[in-house]
Structure formats: C-alpha cells, structure tokens
Design a protein around this ligand. Structure first.
Ligand code: COA
Length: 707
C-alpha cells in the first residue's frame, strides 16, 4: 500500500480505539468487542488515559505508546476532546481516522469540523465521518462499528449516509440472509466521500453489488464520473431520501424551477446506470438477486405460468421494469409444443394451464433452460389443488439449481399460508422466489438494466462547433455593464456563435428604423421592447405578434412605447427588436444550468407556455455524447410528437440533439454562464431544422450555482 491508499481503511494492519471503555454499555467498549469478536487478525489497541485492561487487551494511555504503525484509529471520545485525539493520531502517523463522535457540522459546528480536516490533511491523514457508526470489512474480518455482531460475510457492500438506517440494515441483511463484503458509515463526509469509497469497492473482488443510501451530494461532478466508471464493472443500487424543492424554489428560470433536486438526481442516476430503488425492501431484493444471478446472454425472456391473469400481471411488470418478453413464435412452439397441453398456450406468457402439476412445471422449465434462444425465465404459479398436493419446495429447488448456472430465473407463487411458508423457506435459502409478481420481475428488471448499461457503447464526445471567443466577448460586455442577464440581441449573438438558428431580427432605435427592419425581414413580423430595465416584456405590454403590414408595425410601435413607459416610467428604452414571425411546429425546451449538486446539467423537454404544468422534461449531467442526448430526448412522454403524429412527418431530431450538445458545451466551457434556456425551440420536419424563438441567458462574474 502507498501513501493515502484507501485500503488502509478497509484492510488496516493494526487498529486503535481512542476512547476505549471498560463499560459494556459505552460505544468505546462495544467497538473493541465487535472488532475482536468479528475475528480481526491484526493487533487491536484500546486507548484511554486511565490505562488498565479491556477484554484482555492492554489499554494504552496514549496512542503514541503503541509499538508499530497504526493504520486505522477509531475515535469515541466526546466532541470537545476529538481535536486532541486527532492531533495525537497525527503525531503517531495514523493513516485513517474513523470519527464516531457526533456534534460537528450536523449541528452547525462547521468550524470545528473543518479544523479537523485541516489537521488531517496537513499530516497526510484521512477522516471517515464524523458522526458515524464505523466500518465493517469482511476482507479484514473487522467489525469496527457499534452495530450488531455476527454480520454475514458476502458480496454486497453498503455505503450509507444515515447512521440509524445503516445499523438497521446490518440487522435486516442478516435476517434476509444477505452477505456483506463491507458496510461504511459516511456521516458528515468532511473528508472521505462516496467517490473515494467507490475507488476501493470497484477494485474489491469480494464486492459484487454496491448499495448506497444518500441524503445529499457534495462534489456531484466527481461522483458522477466515479459512478459511470463503477457501473461498467459492477451494479450500484441507490436509495435516496428527500424529494427536496430547494432547486425549484431558488430557480431563476424554467430550467431551474423544473430542476427539482429529486428529478435531476433520478435522471442523472439513470444516466450513470445506477438503479434507484424507491424502498429499502426493493433495494435489498435487488442487491441479493444481483449478487447471486448469472448475467443474461440476451433479451429474450419468457414467462411460464399456470394462470392467464397472473401472466398478464407479469407482462405488465416486465414493461414497467424494462424486461423484454420474447415474441419468437417459432422458438416458443418448437420448445413448448410437447410439454404444454393443447388447451394451453405456447405463446409468451406460456400457459401450462390451471391443471398443471409440479411435474408439468418441471418439464416446461427444463425445456426452457435447455433452449439457447431463451435468455431468462419468469416462473409463476397460483395455488391450485395440483400444486398444493405436491412438493413445491423440492421442485423449485431442483429446477433452480439446474437453471441458475445457465440463465437468470425468478419465481413467484401466490396462494395461502402453505405457499407463503414454502416461498419464505426457499428465499431464505437464496432462491429468488416472491409472493408478489412485481417484486419478482423488478429483480429481473434490475439485472437487465445493469446488463444493458454495462454492454452499452457510447459514440464518443464531439466538438459541437461553438465560437467560445465570441461568446465570452458578449458576456464580458454584459458583466462590465453590471448585469446578470443578457438582452435579447445579446442572447442572439451567443446563439449565432453557438450555431443555434434563431429567427431573423434587427434592433431598431426609432420608428423609421423599425419600418426598415420589418420591410427587410418581410411580413409578418414580431416586435419586442429592448430595455435593460424591462425583463418581463409581455407583462409590460412590450411584445406585439403577427404584424402583417407597415401600417400595423407603426401602430404596434406606438402601443409598445406607450405601455412600456406606463409600466416602467424610469426604464431606459433602447428601442425595439423586430423579429421574423416564424411558423410554429413542435415546441420543445432546451436548457442548461449549474446544478447545486451535479454542476453542469442539461435539460430537454416539451416546451411552450405550459412547460411548468406538463413538467415533461429530462436531465443529464454534462458532458454527454450524441447517443445519451438521444436517450434524453426519447425519455420524455411527448417523444411521439417528434416522431410525427396524425400523418405528420418525423421531426428534425438531429437538430434537437445538436442544440442540446451546444448548450451543454456552453454551460461547461463558459465559466460565467449559470443558466441558459431556449423556449421554445420549434422543431420542424426532418431536413427543415429547428428554430430557437427565445433564449434567456443568466451570467455571473464567478460561476455560482443558481440556488
Ligand atoms: N483519550 C482517550 N480516552 C478518553 C479521552 C482521551 N482524550 N477523553 C475521554 N476518554 C475516555 C473517557 O474517559 C471514557 O472512558 P471511561 O468509560 O473509561 O471513562 C471514554 O473515553 C468515552 O468518553 P465518555 O465521556 O464516557 O463518552 P461517552 O462514551 O458517553 O460518549 C461518544 C462518547 C463519542 C459516544 C458521544 O460523545 C457521541 O458522540 N455519541 C453519538 C455517537 C453517534 O451517534 N454517532 C453517529 C452514529 S450514526
């Protein structure tokens, strides 16, 4: 191991507990007891100024009295003594410190916490916590937590920000017979964060699945980067609390108000290939299944059932969780013709009928296991007399042990207490059987999502063709003028520099120029007030649409000037913008902003004036490639509008993708832009392009998050 290698945390060669106590009720005792009784093979040193012995170990009065290096020191002294303990660790040359103690940033005591980080960094140490229950590592046979004893070693690693939930999960995984490779309590994350923990877990062969419970994210950009790297190698399941409205409340634009923290989180997790579970039970089911199942070789899933109704329920669940049902009729006929009665169905779902015996189940599943054109199996059953009279338990065990090495399988049997008892027994022995069809299919869905993501190939980043020099020049002038927003003509300059098409427009200082501009563009035209002091132009009566003639332009000019002067008498009016009135088609919205959690984020959705009502939008952390931009576009509910409805042709989706990549490039590479919103971006039929009718751009001298 070298320098700050995180293996010192997971595989320490020697541990100390500062604040060790001989009182069995105290955390300082429980941790020593847990470390010893979990079978840790390295030296364990209790530290307490009183000295003496704890659990037959000599108590050192100071950590500096310990012979040899200490890789991990766990601190269990009250908050006011933690700084001294950390300084002692620095003198000793400790590598990692796990600070159990509460009373820091979680109660507003940021200064003290930062001071600890400072001392640690100056001395090449790293801090886990504070405010944690500790760390368990199966590889080191070390339970350095004050949670329950007897953690079952296995292949799931839990990384949790919640202490109480984490401790409860130790108990729950035990009762669900889910083995753990590690469990790490993150607490206040003053130093070591999830991305660093992932560094270890990605490499750790014992860890097959990672379960993370997250409340908030600190360095979202680095985290996203690490998640993308990790999910190429092993599945990650995330549980996140807090459907926060923080982002929405403080937002200065639609992009912001639509970017509720939770919506952005969900989309970004999906982008990273992370499975987001809504409940603890789902998360644990998925982890157990993902840790034990073989990966699928293809998409073709089949359902074998003794009841049509439950088969349809499972088909619905397949659609919900992204499991593709095979519709290869020839394979189905060839496989099942000999084992399904003539009044059953060999189509997917395969209905072996209500009279099916356990022997019939076994025959059908055997042929499905043997057929290479079938990639996964969902086996369902409703309780019938023929099932109840046989040994369901033995049949499932036999079929599963044969099939599990070949392809993913899940089972769901529904019925009375006997069936439920059977299911429970089988599940505690590691067989994926559930009484609820949705629970069963969701596990298979988690596996398929992971498999599809890890086998997905991106198409590389591209240069979206944005003239950044020109953009920076425009924005420098805006900032020099003391503004944080761009006027319409300035936004148009930025759009031009980015190669995003806008309607033709001219700024006119007086009526004469206005008429000249309208005639040069051609009727009909739109007219908009230009004033730094009037941001909401429509509210001020500063917009006139569909002006068909010179006469209408003259009338509209007078009307706009009159109502804007009345709306804002002190406003400095620079003139009007005369804009080509373009024909309408599908209205979309494209935006980008600096998100408080994830940094540069792009947004796409159904645009127009109802954008906030419809909330039909998707988000991605930028950078993304063209294929991810396409996924983002096809994610929204209104996507069929872009494919063409009611006889219309397909829309120019390619131009939408260009626009998303361009605004992403702007937000990432222009340090002064905080928000961009194009609404609407009107998308015409394929080949006819798209036009940005309005672009709002917010800037700040120093890039700050817009919340
Ligand atoms: N070095 C070594 N030991 C020291 C010490 C020092 N500088 N200063 C005090 N101690 C000893 C104490 O003498 C005591 O040992 P004793 O039982 O032999 O007297 C031991 O450290 C613990 O100190 P004590 O004052 O008894 O504290 P405590 O055990 O009641 O509480 C914490 C300490 C850390 C558990 C408590 O402050 C705390 O933060 N609790 C919350 C923990 C938590 O919930 N974390 C988040 C979980 S998710």
């Amino acid at each position: 191991m070298t320098g700050n290698d995180i293996r010192y945390l997971f595989e320490p060669r020697c541990v100390a507990v500062i604040g060790a106590s001989s009182d069995p009720k105290k955390i300082g005792y429980i941790i020593i007891d847990n470390i010893i009784s979990s079978g840790y093979e390295g030296p364990v040193h209790p530290v307490n100024p009183k000295g003496g012995q704890i659990l037959d170990r000599k108590v050192h009065t100071s950590i500096s009295d310990i012979d040899g290096p200490v890789d991990l020191a766990t601190i269990t002294v009250p908050a006011q003594f933690v700084m001294d303990a950390v300084k002692d660790c620095a003198r000793k040359g400790v590598k990692y410190i796990s600070i159990i103690t509460s009373g820091f940033s979680e109660i507003g005591n940021h200064e003290e916490e930062q001071a600890l980080v400072h001392v640690a960094r100056e001395n090449g140490m790293h801090i886990l916590g504070p405010n944690i229950f500790g760390i368990y590592s199966a590889k080191a046979k070390m339970n350095a937590t004050f949670g329950p004893k007897g953690i079952m070693p296995g292949h799931v690693s839990i990384v949790t920000q919640s202490g109480a939930l984490g401790i409860a999960m130790i108990g729950k995984t035990k009762s669900e017979r889910i083995g753990l490779s590690s469990i790490v309590s993150m607490g206040n994350k003053c130093d070591v964060d999830e991305a660093e923990v992932l560094d270890y877990l990605i490499e750790d062969d014992d860890t097959k699945v990672i379960l993370m419970y997250i409340e908030g994210i600190k360095d979202g950009e680095a985290f996203v980067h690490k998640l993308k790297e990790a999910t190429k190698i092993k599945p990650i399941v995330v549980l996140k609390s807090g459907r926060s409205k923080r982002g929405a409340m403080a937002a200065a634009s639609h992009t912001g108000s639509l970017a509720g923290a939770d919506e952005v989180f969900s989309d970004v997790m999906r982008q990273c290939g992370v499975l987001r579970a809504e409940s603890i039970q789902d998360a644990l089911n998925w982890c157990k299944y993902l840790a034990n199942s073989v990966p699928p070789k293809g998409n073709n899933c089949i359902i074998v059932t003794n009841g049509g109704g439950i088969g349809v329920l499972a088909a619905d669940a397949c659609e919900k969780y992204g499991v593709d049902l095979s519709d290869d009729i020839e394979t189905m006929k060839a496989t099942f013709a000999d084992v399904v009665p003539c009044f059953g169905s060999v189509k997917n779902p395969v209905d072996i009928t209500g009279g099916a015996s356990l022997q019939d189940y076994e025959s059908s599943l055997d042929v499905a296991i043997d057929n290479d054109n079938i990639d996964s199996i969902i086996c369902l059953g409703c309780e019938t007399a023929t099932i109840a009279s046989g040994s369901l338990d033995e049949t499932i065990r036999r079929v599963y042990s044969r099939g599990k090495v070949e392809k993913p399988m899940v089972f769901s049997f529904f019925g009375g207490s006997e069936i439920e008892g059977n299911c429970e027994k089988l599940r505690s022995d590691g067989i994926p059987i559930y009484t609820d069809v949705y629970e069963a299919v969701s596990c298979l869905g988690a596996l398929y999502n992971t498999w599809k993501h890890s086998s997905r190939k991106g198409n590389g980043t591209e240069d979206p063709g944005v003239d950044l020099v020109c953009v920076n020049k425009v924005i420098d002038e805006v900032l020099a003028d003391g503004r944080n927003f761009l006027l319409a003509h300035e936004a148009k300059l930025v759009m031009d520099a980015a190669g995003i098409a806008m309607p033709k427009s001219f700024i006119a200082a007086d009526l004469k120029q206005t008429i000249e501009a309208a005639e040069a563009i051609g009727y009909p035209v739109v007219m908009k007030i230009v004033s730094k002091d009037i941001v909401h132009k429509s509210d001020a009566g500063g917009v006139a649409l569909d002006l068909q003639s010179r006469h209408e332009v003259m009338d509209a000019y007078e009307a706009i000037m009159h109502s804007c002067r009345r709306y804002a008498p002190k406003a400095k009016i620079e003139g009007v913008e005369v804009v080509e009135m373009v024909r309408m088609d599908v209205e979309t919205i494209v935006g980008a902003r600096i998100d408080p959690s994830f940094g540069p984020v792009v947004m796409f959705g159904l645009g127009g004036i109802y954008v906030e009502v419809m909330k039909d939008v998707s988000f991605r952390s930028y950078p993304i490639d063209r294929s991810e931009a396409m996924k983002m576009v096809s994610d929204i509910r209104s996507y069929p509008l872009l494919l063409g409805v009611r006889g219309e042709g397909k829309k120019d989706i390619c131009k939408v993708l260009d626009c998303i990549l361009k605004v992403g490039h702007l937000i990432k590479n222009v340090p002064t832009i905080t928000d961009i919103e194009i609404n609407p971006l009107v998308v015409y039929e394929e080949g006819d392009g798209a036009r940005a009718l309005d672009a709002r751009i917010l800037v700040s001298p120093k890039k700050e998050v817009s919340s």
